[in-house]
Design a protein around this ligand. Structure first.
Ligand SMILES: C[S@@+](CC[C@H](N)C(=O)[O-])C[C@H]1O[C@@H](n2cnc3c(N)ncnc32)[C@H](O)[C@@H]1O
Length: 199
């Protein structure tokens, strides 16, 4: 997706999304990996001193805008080209991983979550804010129906993924989760939560 178009779309949803972005990353601390950081829209929401953020994304054009936001940020930020399915980091090097509107877009959620599990320290947190498959059968069926076209239009986004279940299947313990009727159809509901790599 064109980064400027992405930012424009996100500006339209800013009022609803920003409080959740803040809740997602403001408490983040230690060595934090932001998966699929995109244009860096979360960067202004980190609290300044307690996090050292590494952002990874496969799209250099998205990262170009993230570099600008990183330069304006009071938080220490490094940016790396890479994909969730093959994270270019060692085992257990991060205290926390942030996944914001990205597990809908990765090619393989299972492989990406296996990589997140690998790079997190035992006991480390996966903090996530994602849109997921509806719990309403009719609506979920509609999400399935539009998914192929939606994926082409919106940079590989899948509106119908059971992301929370995938996180659990990936060996994480979900400690907290909030579900909101938020976001445009077909990318609702959304979930904000914290999962943990067991010790
Ligand atoms: C909807 S955007 C979200 C960007 C950012 N996290 C945010 O909250 O605004 C999805 C991002 O996931 C990235 N992405 C796509 N496939 C990916 C993969 N396999 N691994 C990591 N990131 C990926 C895209 O390049 C894009 O920047």
């Amino acid at each position: 997706m064109k980064p400027s178009l992405y930012d424009l779309g996100m500006r339209l949803g800013k009022r609803a999304l920003d409080p959740r972005r803040e809740a997602l990353v403001a408490p983040a601390s230690g060595r934090v990996l932001e998966l699929g950081i995109g244009t860096g829209l979360n960067l202004p929401c980190y609290s300044t001193s307690s996090a050292r953020v590494v952002g990874v994304d496969p799209d250099p054009a998205m990262l170009k805008l993230a570099h600008r936001r990183a330069a304006a940020s009071a938080t220490r930020v490094g940016l790396v080209v890479g994909s969730g399915e093959a994270l270019p980091f060692g085992h257990g090097v991060f205290d926390q991983v942030v996944a914001c509107l990205v597990l809908c877009s990765v090619a393989s959620p299972a492989q990406t979550l296996a990589e997140v599990h690998r790079v997190l320290k035992p006991g480390g947190q996966l903090r996530f804010f994602e849109h997921v498959r509806s719990e309403n059968g009719a609506w979920a069926g509609l999400q399935d129906l539009v998914a192929p076209a939606w994926g082409v239009l919106v940079g590989g986004c899948h509106p119908n993924r059971t992301t929370v279940e995938a996180i659990e299947r990936g060996g994480f313990t979900v400690d907290s989760i909030e579900r909101f009727p938020l976001g445009p159809y077909p990318t609702r509901p959304m979930v904000l939560g914290i999962a943990r790599r067991p010790t």
